[in-house]
Design a protein around this ligand. Sequence first.
Ligand SMILES: C[S@@+](CC[C@H](N)C(=O)[O-])C[C@H]1O[C@@H](n2cnc3c(N)ncnc32)[C@H](O)[C@@H]1O
Length: 583
Amino acid sequence: MPTLDWIGKKAVVNHHREVPYRLVHCDGELSAGDPDAGNLLVQGDNLEALKALLPYYAGKVKCIYIDPPYNTGNEGWVYNDNVASPEIKAWLGKVVGKEAEDLSRHDKWLCMMYPRLRLLREFLREDGVLFASIDANEIANFQLVLEDVFSGCSQIAIPVVNNMKGRNDREYISTCHEYLVMVAKTDFVSHGLPLSQQQKARFKHVDEEGYRYELRDLRKRGGADTRQERPQLWFPVYKHPETNELSLKPRDGWIEIWPMKKDGTEGCWRWGKSRVEKYLSSLIPSYARANDKWNLSYRIYLDVDREESLFEDDPEDYSEDYDDETGEAIERTTKPKSFWWGPELSTDNAGKQLKDIFDGRKPFDYPKPISLVQKIMHMIGDEEALILDSFAGSGTTGQAVLDLNKKDGGNRRFILVEMDEKIASEITAKRLRRVINGYDKGGDPGKPVEGLGGGFRYCRLGTPLFNEFGDIDEAVSFPDLAAHVFFSETGAPLPKKVDGSTPLIGQHKDKIVYLLFSPAEQGFPREAAGNVLTPDALASLPSAPEGFDGERVVYAEGCTVSPERLKAEGVVFKQIPYQIEGA
Ligand SMILES: C[S@@+](CC[C@H](N)C(=O)[O-])C[C@H]1O[C@@H](n2cnc3c(N)ncnc32)[C@H](O)[C@@H]1O
């Protein structure tokens, strides 16, 4: 298996483990709408932000969409598209050390991306998927680095036409596309996309009960399938010379219809003989004067229920989307193609969408179009999905989520991370605030746009949980430490938020985790503060549920219970902060 190497790789492969866990503080002034809507915008370097969020969201994210710097070499945009912002430069110097001076621009980009991708992987559910926008500058390296981080996951690079005219400044070929790389974890199931207006317009026929349908050739038109390759799909159907009655048995004077290709060579039908026989009465013969040939068509209905009442399974191309819980077909959709194109996906369109929100000004270079992110959300299907974008920029992902929720009544939530303080507060947060509350299109009071509702919390990163000596920082509260302890013990986020009223913080599989901790108070004796596992504290721990025979793990600053008693009670003591992994 080929692997990717670069200068600085050794320094970053395990770096995500060394990144400290930090506190996250919310700023009500920059937040908007319903604070409990479950949406977050975190300002900070995503390496630290992701690490801080991990104890709360590990394994919970259905979809990650990222649009990282493409490494075009452009440093003059609102953000730095080279890996050369002051924050990242300083970070590289610190993490990679002296070697950092020799890094090429590709090395730097890879050093920046690797530990961030490692953390992103931890957030994904088993049925989750990561999408990343990228262009020709780093696509080759990116695909290899993804293979390294997500080994064994399926990967597809979808070309996305984002500039219909093509770029004039390219040396050999006028570039008009970039890529959307998709990495699907083991259990991801792709849902179909809603039909476009153009696709819907194809259902132009109306049946006797008023249902719209389109006609599809029963004869396979494209592909290499021939009579020789698929002999079972090569057979005649007989048609009455005057009526449209059909038969599979030869009859005197009836017209023979064969599955000929357009060029007159022998092709094959889409359906086998038994299916043709079953639905013979629904097939529609038609005559083509141009080549003096008869052909057969079948109906595809816009309404899936109508189609189901006539046929037992799906025709090709169009598929149905299913309700995850009931398994019922809900909507006719179309399978996403490996090439994305359309005016709604262009950078120009994205720029206009943003200008409309910012009073006709252009606040950000190269935002992504909302339709791109919504197309992804249609593919993931889940209307309750948690969506993470750790290179948030102007906040397109946030708006796409709010907008789609409003349209289909979904309850998707987002987590956005943006490093640049000015962008996060003056562009990302402002955009979200405006679309939540409503705004005047292009700044024109005559064109009010209704708010989408919802809300988000604006957060900043605080101090690390543990100081340079490994002690718990004074600012750490019980819920902060509980989330961290639980995650480091079980690898899972806390099932529900705790407030410190009980030392039992949660159960995961065969482990129950307790925490004895009261945040530092000046001059308070430790034991009185309840931070020590004493025989009395042990006796008063909330008991395990009936029949539980797993491990009860108690985190506390000290322990005065004998090892024999602990063993007899099935309790494992772990000392904070030293035995908290990652401290
Ligand atoms: C290409 S833009 C994303 C644009 C976004 N998709 C949109 O539609 O507006 C990349 C963004 O990532 C931010 N960024 C770069 N490095 C980052 C990091 N380490 N942590 C968080 N954000 C970062 C940049 O400041 C920039 O705003």
